[in-house]
Ligand binder design. Structure first.
Ligand code: NAD
Length: 492
C-alpha cells in the first residue's frame, strides 16, 4: 500500500496525529493508499510555512516574469507526467482514464496562460482631479490562499486555483478531498522540482470538518478558494465572514439543457448524453434537467434512448468504457436514493434505474445510466443536485416556458441550448441565469474562458483574465508635489 505524506515547506512530513485516511479504488474496492488524517496542528504548520514564504525574499524578490517562468516549467513537468498523474486520479476517483488523461494533457495550459499573465498585471495612472497630485493604482497579492477542492477532478482544480493565485504572487495551502488526496500530494513534488521556493505551495490532507474548517478560520489565511457542494460553501462563507476574508466559491448546479424542435436532433441527443452520463454524471455542470420541446419530445426520446443503450459500463482504465463507477460509497447510496425519490414522486422511469454489477468491480459502486420522463419542475429530482447519472426530462411548449423552467431553480452554473436559429440562441444566452451558456455544444472548457456560477452556484470566476483579479487587491497611491500643507482640518 502506498503511503502519502503532507507537503509542508518543501518537505514531505507525517501528520502530527499519526493517523491516516485510506484511499479506496472505486472500481476494485482495493485499499491502495493512505494519506495523513490532518488536524489543526498540521494546518498551523502549513499556514505558517505559507505565511513565511509570502514574506520571504526568495518569493517576494522574484520578478513577475521569473514567477511566470517557474509556472511554465511546472506546466512542462505536468505534461511529462500526464499518464502517471491521470492513472493516479482514476485510482482515487474512478473516472475514465481517457477523460483524466485528456484533462492532464490540457492541464499545463493553465500554468502557461497564467504564467504569461503574471508580468502583465498593470496598475494605472489616474488623471486625478486634484492640484499638485500624482496618483496611481497598483495590484498586490492577498497573502496566504487556502484552496479546498472536491473529489471529481482534484488536479484540474489545483490548476484552476493555484495558477492565478501564484501568478498574482500569493502562496497557497491546498486541501484536497478526503476521498481523493493522493494525486494532489504527489503533484507537490513537481512543484518542488519546478523550483518554487519552499512554503509557496503546500498540500495537507484530512477531513473537511477539521482540516478544512481550521484552514478557513485560520487568522493568517487571507483568501479561501473553494470547490464543492453549496452546503459546505455556505458554511465556509459564514466562517470566513468572521474575519472578513476574500472568498471564491465554485459550487453545485442543476443545469438545464434545452432542446428546440429546430435543433439538429442527433447532435442534441449526443449533447444530452455528454451532459449527464459523461463522468458518470459527477460533474458540477451536469445537464441534469433536459428540457425538450413538446412537438419533438417522443422522436427525440427515441434517439436519446438509442444512444443511452449503447453506453458501456466497465473498468475506467479500459479505453472502451463509457461509464465508470460512482466515486464513493456515500455518493453511490445518494444516487440510488434519488432514483427511489423520483419513483415516489411519480416520474416515469424509461431507462436504467438500478444498481448494477460489472465484472471485476468488487467495490460495487455502479449505477445504470438512468432516465426519467414526465418530470415536473417542482419535483425534487428537478430541483436538487444528484451528482450521478440520473437525467430528468421535462417538456416545454415555447420559448417563454423554456426560460421560465430553465431559470426556476436555486442554482445557476451552466445551461445548454440546442437550436439552429441564431436569434433564438442570442435571446437565450441573455435570458438564462447561468455563469456559462453553451449553444449547440456542452461541457466545453478552456483556460481562457471565465467559469463560475450565478445564484447558489457560487461567487467569483476561475480561468480567463477575470480570474486573476480574484487573487489581487488594489492599492491607491497619492504623491503630492505641493510645497505647503493646506488647512489640516478639512478633507482634501
Ligand atoms: P464537499 O462540499 O463535500 O467537499 C468539498 C471539499 O470541501 C472537500 O475537500 C471537503 O473535505 C471540504 N469541506 C467539507 N466541509 C467543509 C467545511 N465545513 N469547511 C472546510 N472544508 C470543508 O463536496 P464534494 O462532495 O467533494 O464535491 C461535490 C460537489 O462539488 C458537488 O456539489 C459539485 O457540484 C461541486 N463541484 C463544483 C464545481 C464547480 O467548479 N462549480 C466543480 C466540481 C464539483
Amino acid at each position: 500500500m502506498k503511503t502519502y505524506r503532507h507537503f509542508i515547506n518543501g518537505q514531505y512530513v507525517d501528520s502530527t496525529s499519526g493517523e491516516w485516511i485510506e484511499s479506496i479504488d472505486p472500481f476494485s474496492g482495493e485499499v491502495w493508499a493512505r494519506a495523513p488524517k490532518g488536524n489543526e496542528e498540521d494546518v498551523n504548520l502549513a499556514v505558517a510555512a505559507a505565511k513565511a514564504a509570502f514574506e520571504n525574499s526568495d518569493w517576494t524578490d522574484l520578478s513577475a516574469s521569473a514567477r511566470g517562468k517557474l509556472m511554465r516549467k511546472l506546466g512542462d513537468l505536468v505534461a511529462d507526467n500526464a499518464d502517471r498523474l491521470a492513472a493516479l486520479e482514476v485510482k482515487d476517483n474512478g473516472k475514465l482514464f481517457s477523460e483524466m488523461k485528456a484533462q492532464m494533457v490540457y492541464h499545463p495550459e493553465w500554468w502557461y496562460y497564467f504564467g504569461g499573465l503574471a508580468d502583465k498585471i498593470e496598475g494605472s495612472i489616474v488623471p486625478i482631479d486634484k492640484k499638485d497630485a500624482f496618483s496611481y493604482t497598483m495590484y498586490e497579492p492577498l497573502g496566504v490562499v487556502a484552496a479546498i477542492t472536491a473529489w471529481n477532478s482534484p488536479l484540474l482544480f489545483i490548476a484552476w486555483k493555484c495558477a492565478p493565485a501564484l501568478a498574482a504572487g500569493n502562496t497557497v495551502v491546498v486541501k484536497p478531498s478526503e476521498f481523493t488526496s493522493a494525486s494532489s500530494l504527489e503533484y507537490a513534488s513537481l512543484v518542488k522540482e519546478a523550483g518554487f521556493p519552499d512554503g509557496v505551495f503546500n498540500v495537507i490532507s484530512g477531513y473537511g470538518a477539521d482540516v478544512g474548517a481550521s484552514l478557513v478560520s485560520h487568522p493568517d489565511v487571507s483568501k479561501i478558494t473553494f470547490t464543492g457542494s453549496d452546503l459546505s460553501g455556505q458554511k465556509i462563507y459564514e466562517s470566513a465572514a468572521k474575519n472578513i476574508k476574500h472568498v471564491s466559491l465554485e459550487l453545485g448546479g442543476k443545469s438545464p439543457n434545452i432542446v428546440f424542435e429546430d435543433a439538429d436532433l442527433d447532435m442534441a441527443a449526443k449533447g444530452a448524453v455528454a451532459g449527464i452520463f459523461g463522468a458518470t454524471g459527477q460533474t458540477c455542470v451536469a445537464g441534469s434537467r433536459l428540457l425538450v420541446q413538446e412537438s419533438i419530445h417522443d422522436e427525440f426520446m427515441e434517439r436519446l434512448l438509442d444512444l443511452a443503450k449503447s453506453a458501456r459500463l466497465g473498468n475506467p482504465m479500459d479505453s472502451g468504457t463509457h461509464i465508470g463507477p460512482v466515486t464513493t460509497p456515500q455518493q453511490y447510496q445518494k444516487v440510488l436514493s434519488y432514483i427511489d425519490i423520483a419513483k415516489q414522486e411519480g416520474a416515469e422511469l424509461v431507462f436504467g434505474g438500478s444498481a448494477c454489477k460489472v465484472p471485476g468491480a468488487d467495490a460495487n459502486q455502479f449505477v445504470e445510466p438512468t432516465i426519467f420522463t414526465n418530470v415536473s419542475n417542482d419535483m425534487r429530482i428537478a430541483q436538487e443536485e444528484i451528482f450521478g447519472p440520473v437525467l430528468s426530462v421535462l417538456k416545454f411548449k415555447d420559448e417563454e416556458e423554456a426560460i421560465k423552467i430553465g431559470n426556476d431553480v436555486v442554482y445557476g452554473l451552466a445551461a445548454g441550448v440546442w437550436t439552429k436559429d441564431i436569434r433564438r440562441a442570442m435571446r437565450f444566452t441573455k435570458a438564462l441565469k447561468a455563469g456559462t451558456v453553451w449553444v449547440n455544444t456542452y461541457r466545453a472548457f478552456s483556460y481562457m474562458m471565465p467559469f463560475g456560477g450565478m445564484k447558489r452556484s457560487g461567487l467569483g470566476r476561475e480561468s480567463g483574465i477575470a480570474a486573476i483579479r480574484d487573487y489581487l487587491q488594489v492599492k491607491s497611491v497619492w504623491l503630492s508635489t505641493a510645497t505647503e500643507m493646506p488647512n489640516p482640518f478639512i478633507l482634501r
